[in-house]
Design a protein around this ligand. Structure first.
Ligand code: PLP
Length: 380
C-alpha cells in the first residue's frame, strides 16, 4: 500500500497506521511466535558496540525481549491513536507501565492521590528498594525531585480531577506530571492538552476491550524518552508476549466505535439512575463525571465521559446481594470490556465504603441495561 495521507482521524489510523509494517500479504496480521530473527546480510550488520541496545531496541527485529513485529504494529497503531508527536511504549500490563515510569523518572518523592490501589502498592515496593517517599497529591512538599501522579477520571467513582491545576502546581515547582488516563482513553480525553508530561493506560481495559488480555502503555511527547523507556523494557523484560500483542492489535481496530458507544450508554444510564434516586429506595447516590458541574470537566472530557461509574446503596447487605439479582451484568472486577460488569468494590479494594458498587458499561443496548438495573434495584 502507498503512503498514508497526513490528516487522517483516530478511527482511520487505528486500522491503517501499521500498514507499512506488514511483512506478508495477509489482511489480518499473523500471530507469530518466534523469539529470534535472522540477521540482515553481511554488509548491513551493525555491531553491538555501535548499536547501544540498552538505549534503543524498538526498531530492529533481533530478539523478542526487545520487540517483535506485532509489538511494533501495536505501537504504530497507538501512535496514530494518540496523535502527532506522541510516542507510545507498551508493557505487559498497566502496573508494569506505572513501574517503568517510576524507574524512568526515579523521583525522591511521589505525590499521589486517590485512585487505583495497585499503583499505591507499586510505590510501596519501590520505597522498600530506594526510600521513595509517598506524599499526598496536595502536599506542600512537591519540589523538583517529585513525580506528581494524577488519575483521572478516578477509580472507582469516575469523577474527573482538574489536570490543569496539578500541571501548574507540578511545573511551578519543577516536578513532572504523570497521568493515569485508563478510565477515559482516546477519543474521550487528551491529558497532554492539559499539561501531562507522560500518560499511562492500563490497556487491559479499553484498548483491549474484550476482557482477554493484559497490557499497559506509557505515552511520551519526547522521542528520546521513548528510546530510553524501550531500552529499560528490553532489559527488564516487561514487554508484551506474542498473544497479548496480537490480541491488543486486533482490539484497537475498533477502539473508537467501542469507546464512543460505551461512553454514550454510560451517560444515559447515569442520567436515568440520578433521575430515579427518589423512586428506587435501595439507591442513595450516583457518582460520575457527567454529574459534576465544574467548568473544567466538559473541557477535559471533550470526547465524552468514562464508560465506568459507581453508585451507592442503602447498606452493605444490599450491595452484596444486588449483583446476583442482575441478569445482564456479570459480577466481576476490571472494566472496559464489551460485556457490562458490576462489582461490589470492597471485594478487591480495601479502601472503599461497603455500600459502593462500580459499573463498567459494555456494548449491550443501554435501555436493556437500564431495565435490568431497575428490576434489580426494585427487588433489593
Ligand atoms: C486496572 C488499572 C490499572 C492496572 O492495570 P493492569 O493492566 O491491571 O496492571 C492501573 N490503573 C487503573 C486506573 C486501572 O483501572
Amino acid at each position: 500500500m502507498s503512503k498514508l495521507p497526513s490528516d487522517l482521524s483516530l478511527a482511520t489510523l487505528s486500522i491503517h497506521q501499521d500498514d507499512h509494517l506488514a511483512r506478508v500479504v495477509d489482511i489480518a496480521p499473523p500471530l507469530t511466535v518466534s523469539t529470534n530473527f535472522e540477521y540482515p546480510p553481511a554488509d548491513k550488520l551493525i555491531l553491538a558496540r555501535d548499536r547501544k541496545i540498552s538505549e534503543d531496541s524498538g526498531d530492529d527485529l533481533i530478539y523478542s525481549r526487545f520487540t517483535t513485529n506485532v509489538v511494533q504494529r501495536a505501537e504504530a497503531v497507538l501512535s496514530g491513536i494518540f496523535g502527532a508527536g506522541a510516542y507510545p511504549v507498551t508493557y505487559h500490563n498497566g502496573l508494569a507501565a506505572f513501574t517503568a515510569a517510576l524507574f524512568f523518572f526515579n523521583p525522591k518523592k511521589l505525590a499521589i492521590g486517590d485512585g487505583y490501589h495497585g499503583c499505591h502498592s507499586v510505590a510501596e515496593i519501590v520505597s522498600r528498594l530506594n526510600g521513595l517517599r509517598v506524599i499526598p497529591l496536595d502536599s506542600d512538599e512537591i519540589d523538583s525531585t517529585t513525580l506528581v501522579h494524577v488519575e483521572t477520571p478516578i477509580n472507582p467513582t469516575g469523577y474527573a480531577i482538574d489536570l490543569r491545576k496539578y500541571a501548574e502546581i507540578a511545573h511551578a515547582r519543577g516536578a513532572k506530571l504523570l497521568v493515569d488516563a485508563t478510565f477515559a482513553p482516546p477519543p474521550l480525553q487528551d491529558p497532554f492538552a492539559f499539561g501531562a508530561d507522560m500518560v499511562m493506560h492500563s490497556a487491559t481495559k479499553y484498548f483491549g476491550g474484550h476482557s482477554d488480555l493484559l497490557a499497559g502503555v506509557l505515552v511520551t511527547k519526547d522521542a528520546d524518552v521513548q528510546r530510553a523507556l524501550r531500552g529499560d523494557r528490553s532489559i527488564l523484560g516487561t514487554g508484551m508476549g506474542n498473544l497479548e500483542a496480537w490480541l491488543l492489535l486486533r482490539s484497537m481496530r475498533t477502539l473508537s466505535v467501542r469507546v464512543r458507544a460505551q461512553s454514550a450508554s454510560a451517560e444515559k444510564i447515569v442520567r436515568w439512575l440520578a433521575d430515579n434516586v427518589e423512586r428506587l429506595p435501595a439507591l442513595t447516590k450516583v457518582h460520575h463525571s457527567s454529574l459534576q458541574t465544574e467548568a473544567f470537566v466538559a473541557e477535559q472530557l471533550a470526547g465524552g465521559h468514562s464508560p465506568t461509574f459507581s453508585f451507592e446503596v442503602t447498606s452493605a447487605e444490599v450491595a452484596r446481594a444486588l449483583p446476583d439479582r442482575l441478569k445482564l451484568f456479570h459480577h466481576a472486577t476490571s472494566l472496559g470490556g464489551v460485556e457490562s460488569l458490576i462489582e461490589w468494590r470492597a471485594v478487591t479494594d480495601p479502601h472503599v465504603q461497603l455500600t459502593l458498587l462500580r459499573v463498567s458499561v459494555g456494548l449491550e443496548d443501554p435501555d436493556d441495561l437500564i431495565a435490568d438495573l431497575e428490576q434489580g434495584l426494585l427487588a433489593a
